[in-house]
Design a protein around this ligand. Structure first.
Ligand code: SF4
Length: 953
């Protein structure tokens, strides 16, 4: 068996051939490093999508942090390789490995998948196959990892059931430890596969599909499921009763490749009881559990300082409804404003938007805005349980625009139950009304997705529209939107059909899934990758009638997920379905009475909120944070606490109720900035001119005040430091855009007084030398960094080196003249060294020497240009000099920077040595010296390995 080191080397050989090699490097800052031989259990946390999506998922990051706190466990990550990487792995017969240690998947004890959406299922099979693990659970023995899955799709995992050993329903924070403990015990006891599964069935929330057998009628319809054991007939989801009991995150991995949500996410609460009838998350994550605001703040500050990322998001299903959102936002912005860390609230309901909330978000940067009206008419919004009125939506949009946002995205759904042509036209009308309140130059974009009924929701019984019907409705929208001159995006119908088939599908679909995987289906959620023709073939070959899979279900029909209990009862869901068609709204139980959905037992599991005055049917802890909130929003801020309440609460609690509520009982530690203000270290916070609701705020401040931009923190650059750094090993595959982000973030973490650029999106003032091609090492990359204070270069070097990922290291730093020539002007050329061993072995030294002689003798040597407008050629003869072949087979040469740019390194080598693109890719190339136009001061010249000679111009 190959060792870990061997796989790292083998991967390095194929990385130059694939897109974004940074996806596979695993050398991010913050990665946990342990000695795998010193732990009892090795866990691979898997996400069946590409790095950019996977690394954005906060749930997986929480488990990574929790597991790696244990001394006996090492948790690593593994994500789906992109199609080019899968092809390269198969061509070279390499296994899929973990990011941290390049360990093949088959060597782990547990392989735990997070299943966020159905269109990743073929990727899961691809990962098993690439990880050299048998696809079918029934074919795995004790030497194979336990393959387990969790996440929203776990609530109907039946199409995947034959491929999974076990499934976790619900929250993972506590269950993951139980699972690890059982696996460790079984390992120590030498238990076989069956004994392990028998032990796992006793872990609450664990579903072992092998212990349940589905039944089908003569017509092939699902007819129920038969459990193997009388004491294991139904699995109930796991609930973390109190999120405050879970240790706050301390591990934050800072991605190298730019990911979809390139920011740490801090969960403020879990669950949502607003009751939108299409939303699966709103039912499977009940009840509502808020986190203590001080915990949220502490974790957010830790995330910002330990990642250096420029944005942070406060995460939940509806963050604007978090009881303490306003004090938390204010406190965080007080802390982050000067370091330019922006905050985003990715999911905020229209009703929850208030002026003071938006005012806080815009203090650093406007992070883009999205509203989700979902339906175009009030009638349909009542059916789906969207509580706001059209006027509220228009007011929210007006407020967003008046505060300076210029891009507003509106999310709608097509094909909702009860939808008519009038509802579709209503979408267009609503967008037109919103467009009419937008200022000139603002963009209003409607994005219309296709409704897919999900298990465990009131709409789990309704019919999903056929692809033909969806296309007809999309065409109607296209026509009407274009009449109004409005932007409109719609979703790929084929993808919605696939999602619909698998979201309510039974175990019979596992054959289809496997066939689609064998035919080559991957990344089915990506329009440009989805091969619907292959899916049609798979459906045909496995006798699946897609229309039947999308059909309406009878209310008394057995459903493939009936034995998996998400907390909410089937009776409640049916009652909600009936209310939907009567157009009746159901009260939100966090601010009104309990509506008996079944999620709470009121002994251990119940809604938990931190609202100052509490609510019915909840364990309200607001009284515990009254003092805390009063500290954050001090009396000097010129208003009372009530004006900072979320809007939803203000509607419910009458003013007299609020006034009569007793004040704080338990004091919490004041936050740093509050403390500092109290002892006079910081000036009192400027009294914000903010009232509670949008209308009040606009009335009090006027439109003119709304237009103003947030004040830009000052700080002119007064010092420039030039760094010479090494880029080698895994870091040689980091691209130039990623490198820029790595330095920005390392500078923030190092807490150095960086100067920022001006404008609405200020960035650290850093300039880099020309980008290196992927895979090429350098001992002498240059970067200039500007500071607002004079700093000691050696301190900068030391602090930065503590913050840079593996393979990047500052070798040398010096002060350079602040207003002297730019880095681009200062660089005169480079010296490269190329190990020619493969070429010499293949063609012999005589051939190479002949090619070098030809080059030297030639008058012109045209190759493609490396910079400028990107077309045309450059004459390498005028740029390249000092070609030399050392006795140990290393070719060295110098390349000048000219006004027309310089050479493309690999194209030059290809032309010089008559090589193919693939032959050049495997050559080890290193930039060994950067030549500056002005001679460097004596004694300051960086010391490089003596490889060839450099010319100083
Ligand atoms: S049981 Fe009652 S209080 Fe609990 S989530 Fe359901 S409706 Fe709300």
């Amino acid at each position: 068996m190959a060792t870990t080191r061997n796989y790292e080397a083998a991967y390095a050989a194929i990385l130059p051939r694939v897109q974004k090699p940074g996806r596979y490097l695993g050398n991010e800052f913050g990665v946990v490093r342990k000695d795998p031989s010193a732990v009892r259990l090795r866990v691979a946390l898997a996400f069946p999508d590409v790095y950019e999506i996977a690394q954005s998922h906060p749930g997986l990051q929480i488990l990574y942090d929790l597991l790696n706190r244990r001394e006996d466990v090492y948790a690593e990550r593994v994500y789906a390789p992109w199609v080019d990487m899968e092809q390269a792995l198969r061509e070279h017969d390499l296994p899929l490995v973990s990011l941290e240690t390049f360990t093949p998947l088959y060597e782990f004890d547990i392989l735990g998948f997070t299943l966020q959406y159905e269109l990743t299922y073929t990727n899961l099979l691809a990962m098993l196959s690439l990880g050299k693990i048998p696809l079918l659970a029934s074919e795995r023995d004790s030497t194979c990892p336990l393959v387990i899955a969790g996440g929203p799709c776990a609530f109907n995992p039946e199409p995947l059931a034959p491929f999974l050993d076990a499934v976790l329903l619900g929250d993972g924070e506590e269950a993951i430890h139980d699972i690890c403990n059982v696996v460790v015990e079984c390992k120590l006891a030498g238990a076989n596969r069956e004994q392990l599964l028998l032990a796992l069935r006793h872990v609450p929330g664990i579903y072992v599909p092998a212990f349940f057998t589905p039944q089908y009628s003569a017509e092939g319809r699902f007819a129920g499921i038969v459990p193997t054991f009388a004491d294991y007939t139904r699995v109930t989801k796991r609930v973390v009763r109190d999120l405050d009991s879970v240790p706050s995150r301390t591990t934050f991995v800072v991605p190298i490749v730019q990911v979809v949500h390139d920011r740490p996410s801090i969960e403020v609460m879990r669950g949502c009881v607003k009751g939108c009838r299409f939303c699966q998350a709103g039912y499977i994550y009940r009840p509502l559990r808020e986190r203590h605001p001080q915990k949220v703040i502490d974790e957010a500050v830790r995330a910002a300082t330990s990642t250096g990322q420029e944005e942070l998001s406060l995460l939940s299903l509806s963050t604007g409804d978090y009881s303490c959102i306003n004090p938390v936002l204010k406190e965080l912005m007080d802390r982050f404003e000067n370091s330019r860390v922006a905050l985003s609230l990715p999911s905020t309901r229209v009703e929850a938007l208030a002026a003071n909330l938006l005012e806080q978000i815009r203090r650093v940067r406007k992070t883009g805005f999205t509203l989700a009206p979902e339906a175009g008419t009030q009638r349909l919004r009542d059916i789906i349980q969207k509580e706001y009125s059209e006027q509220e939506l228009i007011d929210a949009a007006s407020l967003i625009f008046s505060l300076g946002w210029r891009h507003l995205k509106l999310y709608f759904m097509l094909g909702l139950p009860g939808e008519t042509e009038e509802d579709l036209l209503g979408i267009v009308e609503l967008c037109a009304r919103i467009r009419s309140v937008a200022p000139r130059g603002a963009a209003v974009i409607a994005s219309v997705s296709n409704f897919v009924p999900k298990p465990h929701t009131p709409f789990q019984w309704v019919q999903q529209l056929s692809a033909e019907e969806v296309v007809a409705r999309q065409n109607l929208l296209l026509r009407e939107f274009s009449k109004k001159g409005l932007g409109f995006r719609y979703h790929d119908t084929r993808l919605s059909v696939l999602e619909g088939v698998f979201s309510r599908g039974g175990r019979h679909l596992s054959h289809t899934l496997q066939r689609a995987f064998e035919l080559g289906c991957r990344f089915d959620g990506w329009s440009d990758q989805c091969r619907f023709d292959l899916w049609e073939q798979a459906f045909r070959e496995t006798n699946i009638d897609v229309k039947q899979e999308l059909r309406r279900r009878h209310l008394d029909e057995p459903l493939p997920w009936d034995h998996l209990h998400a907390g909410v009862t089937k009776q409640f869901l049916q009652r909600e379905l009936a209310r939907a068609f009567e157009g009746k709204l159901t009260p939100d139980c966090s601010v009104s009475r309990c509506t008996y959905c079944g999620a709470c037992d009121f002994k251990t599991v119940r809604n938990i909120d931190y609202h100052l005055h509490g609510s019915k049917a909840a364990e309200h802890r607001g009284i515990r944070v009254a003092h805390w909130a009063a500290e954050v929003i001090a009396a000097t801020d010129g208003q009372d606490l009530a004006s900072w309440e979320p809007r939803g609460w203000k509607k419910v609690h009458r003013p007299e109720q609020i006034q009569n509520t007793p004040k704080e009982v338990v004091a919490c530690a004041p936050t740093a900035s509050t403390r500092e203000r109290a002892v006079g270290k910081l000036p009192p916070a400027t009294p914000p001119r903010i009232l509670g609701t949008a209308e009040e705020w606009i009335e009090a401040n006027g439109e003119g005040a709304l237009q103003s931009s947030p004040p830009a923190p000052g700080g002119e650059a007064c010092c420039r430091i030039r760094l010479t750094y090494v880029k080698k090993d895994r870091a040689r595959f980091i691209g130039s855009v990623e490198l820029t982000n790595i330095f920005y973030r390392a500078l923030r973490r190092a807490e150095l007084p960086i100067a920022f650029t001006q404008g609405h999106h200020p960035l650290p003032r850093v300039s880099f030398g020309p980008a290196l091609p992927f895979g090429i090492e350098s001992h002498c990359e240059l970067a200039d960094i500007y500071f607002t204070q004079v700093v000691d270069p050696t301190i900068v070097q030391t602090k930065l080196n503590q913050q840079l990922p593996l393979g990047l290291r500052v070798q040398y730093s010096e002060l350079v003249e602040l207003r002297g020539p730019s880095l681009g002007q200062a660089i005169a050329g480079f010296v490269y060294a190329v190990k020619l061993a493969p070429v010499l072995a293949d063609r012999g030294i005589a051939f190479v020497e002949e090619r070098l002689r030809n080059f030297r003798a030639s008058e012109v040597f045209p190759i493609p240009k490396a910079s400028g407008n990107g077309s045309g050629t450059v004459d390498a003869r005028k740029i390249v000099s000092a070609l030399d072949l050392t006795t140990d087979g290393v070719l060295t040469f110098a390349a000048r920077m000219t006004a027309a740019g310089t050479i493309k390194l690999r194209q030059f080598l290809q032309a010089l040595l008559c090589l193919t693109e693939d032959q050049v890719l495997v050559l080890e190339v290193c930039k060994v010296h950067t030549t500056l136009a002005n001679p460097e001061p004596a004694g300051n010249e960086p010391q490089f390995e003596p490889l060839g000679s450099a010319e100083r111009t």
